[in-house]
Design a protein around this ligand. Structure first.
Ligand SMILES: Nc1ncnc2c1ncn2[C@@H]1O[C@H](COP(=O)(O)OP(=O)(O)OP(=O)(O)O)[C@@H](O)[C@H]1O
Ligand SMILES: [Mg+2]
Length: 265
């Protein structure tokens, strides 16, 4: 099953917590899973339960200057020059993946500057080609932990994403951004869009999210409570699924996984 799931949303809403836990849950089912860290803060490894010592040895793809040059024909940092926009990437996932608990394979992309920023430099070109390859060509489950803006997905890649989950906190700022992500994602051709509420504390917030999902016209897949156990997992530098497998928050993430399987079967 080649399920392709992207997780997006405003900074700090819980994208990495959700993406990492989903990847682990799919891996636990025996599926082959790639977890893609496409966020410059590069902390997906923590939510996957990969030790910091392992992470220290990982160079993000965008910073592998020799590889970028070999594949695109140009050195990172160079601009204005000619380089290959469609470099060969098919060997990269298996060469540079790191395998973590539940057999989840992590690939760290590093900083991806958005094309709207004016720079489609060689490392961007390589990362975009790699994301596209993973989503379009691989049979594995692929879970993408994204930055807020999703422009760097590219149209062809976005169309092959089975589901995008927009994580929102109960609050107008996170919701405004969700609206913009929705527009972008629809424009790019993402097949299915859902929202997930996170850090939900009381009834007013529940109602806020229910109304928000109606207004956005997106199904609310789950409402994950604000859960001290999840915060504690971070405090203790542990993966949420390892530290708090029975927590109320994790129960909701498990629900998300099941709903995705149903929806996309
Ligand atoms: N349901 C929850 N209850 C309590 N704390 C949570 C919950 N979900 C996430 N957190 C905490 O909120 C913080 C941000 O979560 P996370 O890193 O998953 O968000 P993010 O959207 O990926 O952030 P960034 O934009 O920085 O990548 C973390 O410290 C995490 O432990
Ligand atoms: Mg994150």
């Amino acid at each position: 099953m080649g399920l392709k799931i992207a997780v997006a949303g405003k900074g700090g809403v819980g994208k990495t917590t959700v993406a990492g836990s989903l990847a682990r849950l799919f891996g636990r089912d025996g599926l082959s899973v790639f977890a893609i860290d496409a966020d410059p803060s590069m902390n997906l490894y923590k939510a996957l339960g990969i030790p910091s010592e392992t992470m220290k040895k990982i160079t993000p793809i965008s910073e592998m200057h020799d590889l970028v040059e070999e594949r695109t024909g140009a050195r990172p940092g160079s601009s204005g020059g000619v380089f290959i926009l469609n470099p060969k990437v098919s060997d990269i996932p298996d060469r540079f993946k790191v395998t973590g608990p539940d057999n989840v394979q992590l690939l760290v992309m590093g900083t991806v500057t958005q094309p709207s920023g004016g720079c489609l430099c060689p490392s961007n070109s390589l990362v975009r080609a790699l994301m596209s390859h993973l989503v379009l060509k691989r049979d594995e489950v692929v879970v993408l932990d994204m930055v807020a803006g999703i422009e760097h997905l590219g149209r062809g890649t976005a169309k092959a994403v089975d589901a995008m989950i927009i994580v929102v906190e109960p609050g107008s700022r996170s919701l405004d951004l969700a609206g913009r992500i929705k527009e972008l994602a629809e424009g790019l051709g993402v097949k299915k869009l859902f929202i997930v509420g996170n850090k939900v504390s009381d009834d007013e917030e529940v109602k806020f999210l229910q109304k928000a999902s109606k207004d956005l016209g997106l199904e609310l897949l789950a409402m994950i409570p604000f859960d001290r156990e999840i915060a504690k997992a971070d405090l203790r530098d542990n993966a949420p699924l390892d530290f708090a497998p029975e927590s109320e928050a994790m129960k909701q993430i498990i629900k998300i996984k099941k709903r995705l399987e149903q929806e996309l079967a």
